[in-house]
Design a protein around this ligand. Structure first.
Ligand SMILES: Nc1ncnc2c1ncn2[C@@H]1O[C@H](COP(=O)(O)OP(=O)(O)OP(=O)(O)O)[C@@H](O)[C@H]1O
Ligand SMILES: Nc1ncnc2c1ncn2[C@@H]1O[C@H](COP(=O)(O)OP(=O)(O)OP(=O)(O)O)[C@@H](O)[C@H]1O
Length: 720
């Protein structure tokens, strides 16, 4: 097998050419060579149509070939060369070792492979062959798992190496660090340059919004800063990157936040210890003997002196106010007083993330780095955070894809695009206008430049051999050489969010609630007598505070939960897809998106799965990268691809725009607009709601009520 793989790689290199092999990512070339090295691969001789079927799209997407025609030529050449090397076997009775094993498992009729009958033409796999395949599968799985574990260990080591950040009371003479100047730095992850030779100054007290498409490297940039891995960041600069939730243990939420003030905690502990010692000495003195200055008196003096120092320091650091401050931050982030007294291990991941955010706000580091903070918050908390950040006295960088949030809290935008980082003054809308203007000017300059060049070139070509004009020609040649080159505007590739259209349209009623009530076992009744319906034309957004029960309603609709009384009718013909954060968090990170889809939909031709992943922007190399290397937005798309593959009639979306960049949200809106089915979403993304739905439902106090105003009107009602 190793020899076949080596031979296969040789042929692939020969046919594609060394330049292409150099340019294209190695995993893609390896993948192509491995597919072709498979002893049962059907090349589709003599013209290589088997290769085209299996690898055509990949060859085109990855840039191995320039067009479909070129692709056909390359496939035919590969087939010819593999034949010459004796690697093309005559078509066997069993076409593919894997095909028979994938048959029909959990598939819809519409996704069944077309060439089914051929599979049974020859003898079935021997048990030895099957065992061999199983062994190989297990080996691959072990390898993937080991790679993932290595990645986890690396990340843990990385975090452990980060300087700890606690409340710092030693900045009496003003902040220790003011402006931060990072010059000529690059950020590289997994051998891939994400930022190249950027220079940025973070001016003290300014609030930066870091924007850029999914996967451009925003999180990696923040991580690099938090690790002090970028030159120019002063050593004493306290940088806090809120990336991970706090550990779940027996500490109560309020104390967990207060513990970030290590000096205060230590002073209070020392105070308690000394007071106890003082008491012990008093008891000893009362019942002990001796006169004059005893050792006990000396200790007492020492303790009183130290206690005095401690009280002074506690007063200086305003220790008494700390608890109220921590509690008010937690309250702003929607923690009720009871919740503030709950142990951190009793909270879900999302809430523990909020505690991490509360801790960071409490610490107030020199540079605060927030990565999509609004993802974990309800609208009340988002509005509170906006107000809090507006008054933030120091510098922060926030990665966010929420336009309204950015417009409210930032003074500057850092735009990461094409491995370059550019700073713009103003909020997000200003940035968009400035950039549009800038691109327009660049395009104009490019066109003028090109026109001038072609004029000069035409003159040179025309009079090149004309002795009389030789000097003129020479001067034009020189002028042409001197002319500055203006880069053409490179547009971002268009994003796609294509929800497949269902082939059938079941008649009404689709979903209807009749006097449906619900409460979790042992808990209070969450809803009483709900009456509403959803059909294939519904476009609804549900809003309401955290914990009110929005996700529970989605579960009642999808059938994951049953009403405790009343009925929820679901048409048996209706297919529903549910998207929520659990689908993103629950992805198997050890495999790549394509393999993941192949596991979810066994038996479906690879090409079809690739095409479907592609319709959510997961194409080319991205589909072959292990998922632990994918960014938040990239993982979201994989989850979208997974849930929509079976052509649902109704899509239930729980906070779908979390992690998606602004262009992707735009594409999601467009995708939903053309989708031929019903949509019900839980969201607080103003742009998404305004662009894609026409009904707003408010969930409150056990009821679901249509709201007659716009989302803006609803927001106004909540403003603190
Ligand atoms: N080992 C690796 N090999 C190749 N690419 C990698 C590797 N690890 C990470 N990447 C890529 O590096 C990029 C880093 O993503 P990062 O999370 O920093 O992006 P982001 O801008 O924060 O994205 P998002 O907006 O989706 O959160 C992604 O495109 C990811 O696919
Ligand atoms: N499996 C469960 N068992 C018991 N109680 C639950 C369960 N799931 C949710 N709850 C409780 O039911 C209430 C409603 O939860 P739900 O997740 O539906 O609210 P939500 O409005 O979607 O909140 P969020 O915006 O935080 O997702 C909450 O008080 C929650 O603690």
């Amino acid at each position: 097998m190793a020899a076949a793989a080596a031979a296969s790689m040789g042929v692939v290199r020969e046919v594609l050419g060394p330049d292409i092999v150099e340019e294209v990512d190695q995993p893609i070339i390896d993948y192509i060579a491995n597919v072709l090295a498979d002893e049962d691969f059907d090349f589709g001789a003599p013209d290589g149509h088997g290769i085209f079927e299996a690898l055509g799209e990949l060859l085109i997407d990855s840039g191995c070939v320039s067009s479909q025609d070129h692709c056909l030529q390359v496939c035919s050449k590969l087939c010819e060369k593999f034949g010459k090397h004796g690697l093309v076997k005559p078509k066997q009775a069993v076409r593919s070792l894997v095909t028979p094993l994938r048959m029909n498992a959990g598939m819809d009729d519409d996704v069944a492979p077309k060439k089914q009958p051929e599979v049974f033409e020859g003898p079935l796999l021997s048990s030895r062959d099957k065992a061999k395949i199983e062994r190989k599968k297990r080996k691959d799985e072990r390898q993937r798992e080991a790679q993932y574990q290595m990645h986890v260990a690396e990340m843990e080591a990385l975090r452990a190496g980060m300087p700890p950040v606690f409340v710092n009371h030693n900045n009496d003479g003003g902040p220790a660090v003011r402006d931060i100047h990072m010059e000529n730095f690059s950020v590289t992850v997994g051998g891939r340059d994400l930022i190249q030779e950027a220079t940025i100054t973070l001016a003290f007290g300014r609030h930066y919004g870091l924007v850029g498409r999914n996967g451009t490297g925003k999180t990696s940039f923040l991580r690099a800063m938090a690790m002090h891995a970028i030159d120019g960041i002063p050593k004493n600069c306290q940088i806090l990157h809120v990336e991970q939730e706090v550990v779940g243990d027996d500490t109560i939420a309020l104390q967990c936040v207060l513990n970030a003030d290590v000096e205060r905690v230590q002073l209070l502990q020392e105070e308690a210890r000394l007071v106890q010692q003082q008491k012990d000495l008093e008891i000893e003195a009362e019942f002990g003997q001796g006169s004059g200055k005893s050792k006990g008196d000396l200790d007492k003096d020492f303790i009183s002196k130290r206690l005095e120092e401690i009280y002074k320091r506690l007063e200086f650091i305003d220790a008494d106010a700390a608890e109220a401050r921590a509690a008010s931050i937690l309250a702003g982030l929607s923690f009720t007083p009871e919740m503030q007294r709950k142990r951190t291990k009793e909270f879900s991941g999302g809430w523990r993330m909020r505690i991490a955010l509360a801790r960071a706000l409490f610490i107030e580091p020199d540079l605060l780095l927030l990565d999509e903070p609004t993802n974990h918050l309800d609208l009340h908390a988002v509005l509170w955070l906006e107000t809090y950040l507006l008054k933030w006295p120091k510098t922060f960088i926030v990665v966010s894809h929420a336009r309204e949030f950015l417009n409210t809290v930032v003074t500057d935008i850092l735009h990461l695009h094409g491995r370059k980082l550019h700073a713009y003054k103003g909020d997000y809308d200003t940035f968009e206008r400035t950039r549009e203007e800038h691109l327009k000017n660049q395009q104009k300059a490019f066109e003028t430049n090109e026109k001038a060049r072609s004029h000069m070139q035409a003159f040179i070509d025309k009079f090149r051999y004309n002795a009389k004009r030789a000097s003129l020609v020479q001067s034009r040649i020189k002028a042409l050489e001197r002319m500055e080159h203006v880069d053409a505007v490179v547009s971002d590739p268009d994003y796609k969010f294509e929800f497949p259209t269902p082939d059938d349209r079941p008649g009404p009623p689709i979903i209807s609630f009749s006097d449906a009530s619900f409460g979790y076992p042992g808990g209070p009744t969450l809803f009483k007598n709900l009456n509403f319906g959803i059909d294939l034309d519904s476009r609804i957004a549900m809003v309401g505070p955290n914990g009110i029960g929005k996700s529970t309603i989605l579960k009642l609709i999808s059938g994951d939960l049953q009403p405790t009384s009343g009925t929820v009718f679901r048409s048996p013909k209706v297919r529903m897809a549910v998207f929520n954060q659990h689908h993103v968090d629950g992805l198997d990170l050890t495999v790549n998106p394509l393999l993941y889809m192949m596991r979810c939909y066994p038996g479906v031709p690879e090409q079809k799965l690739r095409a479907h992943l592609g319709s959510f922007g997961v194409s080319g190399n991205l589909a072959l990268q292990p998922m632990y290397t994918l960014s938040g937005g990239q993982k979201s798309r994989v989850a979208f691809a997974k849930i929509t593959f079976k052509k649902p009639h109704i899509i239930l979306l729980d906070e779908p725009s979390n992690h998606l960049d602004l262009d992707a949200v735009e594409a999601l809106i467009q995708g939903l607009l053309v989708f031929q089915g019903g949509v019900l979403m839980v969201s607080h993304d103003e742009h998404l709601i305004t662009g894609s739905v026409d009904e707003l439902w408010v969930v409150s106090e056990g009821r679901v009520t249509p709201f007659s105003g716009t989302f803006k009107d609803y927001k106004k009602l909540l403003k603190p």
